[in-house]
Design a protein around this ligand. Structure first.
Ligand code: CO8
Length: 399
């Protein structure tokens, strides 16, 4: 039997070897599935106000008696001024804009058919694979990990990621994860670590966000906030990557801190609690002002401390692809980081077109606004949201 000192030395050598075996990792392709229908603020407000009028008329007696509050009108001017949002893409517009329904309508699909989130995921993933220069006819040859990372899954099991893996014909393993608005960045860290350590060769991180299904379209405070979309990214070893838009991952940083300020109580216990799926707490709700005040400093500090730990400063970053919840939030974070209001070139905005798309927002910004940068340019992808949760990646363009 070897003495304990020897065992320690062997352990240390093995660990060192593992360290030296680590691979450099790149983001080599991105894809974006955009929901087929658009709702402008004006259209949304017309529908909301028709709903409010109807509600107020139907409940006129209770409102006059003071036992029920009347619903005030919404306004397109307020929405754009308070959030920066001008329109949003949704899977189903008619259901949302029907004052008698106020939620999308999705036709149920049989178990044998590809489910809605998987359909979005497959489309975005194929785009990302093509952008990465991968053969979309033989995906198993390249991809051996699929993560479906989103703020809502359409069912608990089987995992959406496994359905997407099957539909793509990818190899390896797949799993779902949910960290609300930070699902994509948290998923990216899992994929990056798996590729870095060799437990996967290449991974897809897919975020099908159907935010319209968990939004209370009858709530004036938030009815304008969300849109539907799906993003996908290919993560692979730097030495296998072929695409012309490759980004080396220099570091990832995740953080969470519990808060009730963004919450949704819908879950598998709801039925046993005799809850109505339309109850207000079974849908997205938030204390928007508190979120704004608490999350902005957290996100700015998170990014600057990560950059410092890697030997960089915000001034050396060419572009910030920030979470897309609210324009003023991003302006404040940009100002804290840079000392001046970030220009659209420094921190691109996509929420005007897409609204808040939960975890997909910062990835859409990266997808739309990364190709123009030069080799050597530094960038930061950062999400923040419910949990609270913050996830960031520092990346460097290498081709
Ligand atoms: N039209 C006209 N007036 C309005 C409206 C409206 N639609 N809504 C509110 N008002 C009025 C209010 O009544 C209030 O009037 P008064 O001053 O007389 O009381 C006034 O406007 C101001 O209201 P607020 O204080 O609510 O407005 P804010 O300026 O704070 O803006 C925002 C509201 C835009 C919501 C803002 O607070 C915000 O964006 N905050 C940050 C929110 C955020 O980032 N949240 C992140 C959540 S996303 C996330 O983490 C993912 C979760 C998972 C998603 C799942 C999918 C659904």
């Amino acid at each position: 039997m070897s003495p304990p000192g020897n065992a320690c030395a062997i352990f240390a050598v093995t660990q060192l070897k593992r360290l030296f075996d680590m691979h450099n990792v790149v983001i080599s392709g991105t894809g974006l599935w955009v929901a087929p229908e658009v709702i402008s603020n004006d259209e949304l407000v017309v529908a909301f106000n028709a709903y409010a009028k109807r509600f107020n008329e139907e409940n006129a007696t209770a409102i006059a008696a003071g036992t029920l509050a009347a619903i005030p009108e919404s306004s397109a001017e307020f929405i754009e001024k308070a959030s920066g949002i001008k329109r949003r893409y949704v899977v189903d517009k008619a259901g949302v804009l029907d004052p008698a329904r106020m939620r999308p309508h999705f036709a149920p699909r049989p178990d044998e058919a590809l489910s809605l989130q998987a359909e979005m995921g497959v489309a975005a993933a194929k785009q990302a694979l093509a952008a990465a220069g991968r053969n979309t006819d033989n995906i198993a040859a390249d991809i051996d990990m699929v993560i479906c990372a989103a703020s809502n899954m359409q069912r608990p099991y089987p995992a959406m990621a496994v359905e997407i893996q099957g539909a793509l014909g990818a190899g390896g393993y797949a799993f779902d994860m949910n960290v609300a608005c930070s699902s994509a960045t948290f998923g990216l860290e899992q994929a990056i670590n798996a590729v870095k350590t060799g437990s996967a060769r290449a991974a897809l991180v897919i975020s099908p966000e159907i935010c319209s299904a968990h939004l209370a379209w009858q709530d004036r405070d938030c009815h304008f906030i969300f849109g539907d979309v799906c993003t996908a990214l290919v993560i692979e070893r730097a030495d296998t990557a072929k695409s012309s838009n490759r980004w080396e991952v220099l570091g990832t940083k995740l953080a969470t801190s519990f808060s009730n300020n963004i919450r949704n109580n819908a879950g598998f216990l709801s039925r046993c609690e005799d809850r109505d799926p339309a109850d207000r707490d079974q849908l997205f709700r938030q204390e928007g002002r508190k979120v704004f005040k608490e999350v902005c400093p957290m996100a700015a500090e998170h990014i600057s401390s990560q950059l410092e730990s890697l030997g960089f400063s915000a001034a050396g970053v060419r572009r910030f692809w920030l979470h897309q919840a609210n324009l003023a939030m991003n302006q404040l974070i940009g100002k804290r980081l840079l000392g001046h209001e970030a220009s659209a070139d420094e921190a691109p905005v996509i929420l005007d077109e897409f609204a808040n798309t939960a975890s997909a927002g910062s990835i859409i910004a990266f997808h739309r606004h990364s190709e123009d940068l030069k080799a050597g340019d530094l960038g930061v992808i950062c999400s923040f949201g419910a949990g609270y949760s913050i996830g960031s990646l520092v990346v460097k363009k290498i081709a």
